[in-house]
Design a protein around this ligand. Structure first.
Ligand code: MTE
Length: 324
């Protein structure tokens, strides 16, 4: 059972993109009233009451704890059109509409994940077996793209730290590398040289162990759509969106800093660290403000995307302007 303490940087359900919120709010109020009405329901029981079944696959249904606010049962919640149709997934093309337009041949099942490199318990697992031992929860997170748009998404996923610990990284492991599937027949832009394929991203080991980092298998209570990174993607909400590799098939513990796709392609524009930082402009635009999809006015971008309380300590003593 996961019980999280509410922090100032937590996002309210009312901020979820876009305003499919009415349903969420109504359910949350209903759930709170039901909980308050029963004096037998205290702390842990209240959290247990706020869990919903999440169908990972035909063979695996788990209980996902809503650690923030109650979300509706998955069959009553829809993924908003914006989040579903406005995507970055370079394997399907460069335009925002390309992933949805070209997703037709992509098969997110069956799926295996290999965990290898500097760890004591490497292995290759079917996705259900990979996910099954872990506790699922809903995490409402801001996502800030380096292109200055942002969204707020209720992800359904598992703690990346728990996954890292399960495979027992060796003392020499310093980084965790994530590799996206390589299937040019299903992902047409992998036949082009837009990026060096497969798409690779990485975190430092301490970042991967930060409690905020998640491997998401769902969003809005539903299994991830292909264009959003089915069947499993990385979510590190204090970093620019490109750090969150979609459709991953390999997790590797390394001593040396991995070569990552965007950093390799345009190092001046895509730093390895990629912490959201309004003070470090992209060479071609300011990062000081952002446009939340569905909103008219731009809003200020927050240092570490508003998650400084949870992550700033990991960068103490670092020059975040030089090491962007
Ligand atoms: N993962 C892969 N494999 N390929 C990509 O092109 N784009 C990244 C990230 N993960 C990308 C990826 C970028 S730039 C962003 S902003 C987010 O995915 C976008 O996620 P979304 O389309 O679900 O909003």
């Amino acid at each position: 059972m996961l019980i999280r303490i509410k922090k100032a940087s937590d996002v309210a359900a009312s901020e979820i993109t876009p305003q499919a919120i009415y349903l969420y709010r109504r359910r949350f109020i209903a759930a709170s009233l039901a909980t308050m009405g029963s004096s037998a329901l205290g702390g842990i029981d209240a959290a247990r009451a706020a869990s919903s079944p999440f169908i990972v696959s035909p063979d695996l249904t788990v209980q996902s704890v809503d650690t923030y606010e109650k979300l509706g049962p998955q069959d009553e919640v829809t993924i908003p059109f914006t989040v579903w149709s406005y995507n970055n997934f370079a394997e399907f093309g460069p335009e925002k509409t390309d992933p949805l337009a070209n997703i037709g041949n992509f098969k997110p099942r069956p799926w295996t994940i290999a965990v290898d490199g500097l760890c004591a318990k490497p292995g290759t697992l079917d996705l259900d077996a990979f996910l099954k031992p872990h506790a699922f929860e809903t995490r409402i997170y801001r996502l800030r793209c380096t292109e200055t748009w942002s969204i707020v998404v209720p992800w359904v996923g598992i703690s990346l730290a728990d996954v890292v610990k399960r495979f027992e990284p060796l003392g020499s492991a310093k980084f965790v590398r994530f590799e996206t599937v390589m299937r040019p027949e299903e992902m047409p832009a992998q036949k082009t040289s837009a990026l060096k394929w497969p798409y690779v991203e990485a975190l430092r080991l301490d970042e991967a162990l930060n409690p905020l980092a998640v491997l998401a298998a769902g969003m809005y209570g539903q299994v991830l759509p292909g264009q959003n990174g089915a069947p499993i993607r990385v979510v590190a909400p204090w970093k620019y969106g490109f750090k969150g590799a979609k459709s991953i098939v390999r997790i590797t513990f390394t001593e040396d800093r991995p070569v990552t796709s965007w950093n390799l392609r345009i190092p001046k524009e895509y730093g390895f660290m990629a912490n959201v930082n309004p003070a470090v402009d992209h060479p071609r635009w300011s990062q000081a403000t952002e446009r939340r999809l569905g909103e008219f006015r731009r809003r200020p971008t927050l240092m570490f995307n508003g998650y400084g309380e949870e992550v700033a300590h990991m960068y103490a003593g670092m020059d975040l302007i030089k090491d962007f």
